[in-house]
Design a binder for this molecule. Structure first.
Ligand SMILES: [Fe+2]
Ligand SMILES: [Fe+2]
Length: 274
């Protein structure tokens, strides 16, 4: 018998090894979309995902303050940067499957699942692309420590689907849109064409993930007859620790359906820049 979608999601979440996790993730995404193309829908079901996903033994997870900083201009610095991106991508694979597995009891149109399965599939590709870059530079994912606490947003919002959408795609992934162009420049200067190409794929596809977040956040607000901007501010203040940091990538944020009055009031000064 075929597995339900939430069972497939839980299988990914409980797989520890990065390459094995992303392979399973891509396999399940293909199963889902093959069925959709054939005009069928795999039942979503409900599951009991772990509160924290399984992770490889390495990298060692440290408090962000204890992760050594390296100059981005050096080769070691670029390896450290790619390592940090790989860590974010692996986390993102789990985050997208987790939203599917954890909120199976909340009714959604089928497009909700299409969007997050697609996102999880893309994050899996991103992880592999960045791991390939690391390996070409003689390193690998797990070779250095990584940030602990990246799963905190998921745990904090484990029972709040609107909080999850507000904080994960609309704050954390939107932040990725702000910082990726600068990262691409670093690798362009270093003439690392493979890393530039990988980061450009990531940059292009991440707009979609933020847009999915905004779309389903607005959908839920509309279903409850709530003002999306007010609810967004309330939830980010509740679940996200600290102010949002400009400069923002206003163009890509707009493309992803996040207007300035969503994020500017959450900065330190709370004022919209001229
Ligand atoms: Fe990604
Ligand atoms: Fe993403």
């Amino acid at each position: 018998m075929t597995k339900t979608l939430t069972e497939m999601a839980t299988e990914v979440l409980t797989c520890g090894d990065g390459r094995a996790k992303t392979e399973l993730s891509r396999k399940h995404a293909k199963t889902w979309f093959d069925a959709r193309k054939a005009g069928e829908v795999i039942p979503v079901g409900t599951a009991n995902p772990p509160l924290q996903p399984a992770r490889p033994e390495k990298p060692e997870l440290l408090d962000p303050r204890d992760v050594p900083r390296r100059r981005p201009g050096s080769l070691q610095g670029r390896i450290a940067l790619l390592h940090a991106v790989a860590h974010i991508e692996l986390n993102a694979v789990d985050l997208h499957w987790d939203i599917i597995a954890r909120f199976g009891h909340v009714p959604f149109p089928i497009g909700f699942y299409d969007d997050w399965v697609k996102s999880a599939d893309e994050e899996s590709k991103h992880f592999n692309l960045i791991c390939d870059c690391l390996e070409r530079l003689g390193s690998h994912y797990g070779a250095m420590p990584a940030h602990a606490g990246m799963w905190r947003a998921a745990e904090d919002t484990a029972e709040d689907i609107m909080g999850r959408l507000a904080v994960v795609p609309m704050v954390l992934e939107a932040r990725g849109l702000d910082v990726t162009p600068g990262m691409i420049e670093i690798f362009r200067k270093a003439k690392d064409d493979d890393a530039v190409a990988a980061l450009e794929v990531i940059y292009g596809e991440e707009v979609g993930h933020v847009a999915f977040g905004s779309k389903w956040f607005h959908f839920l607000c509309g279903r409850e007859n709530l003002d999306p901007k007010d609810v967004f501010h309330e939830l980010v203040r509740k679940y996200f620790h600290g102010a949002l940091k400009p400069p923002f990538n206003e163009e890509k944020r707009a493309e992803a359906g996040i207007p300035p009055d969503f994020y500017w009031p959450l900065t330190e000064t709370g004022a919209v820049a001229d």
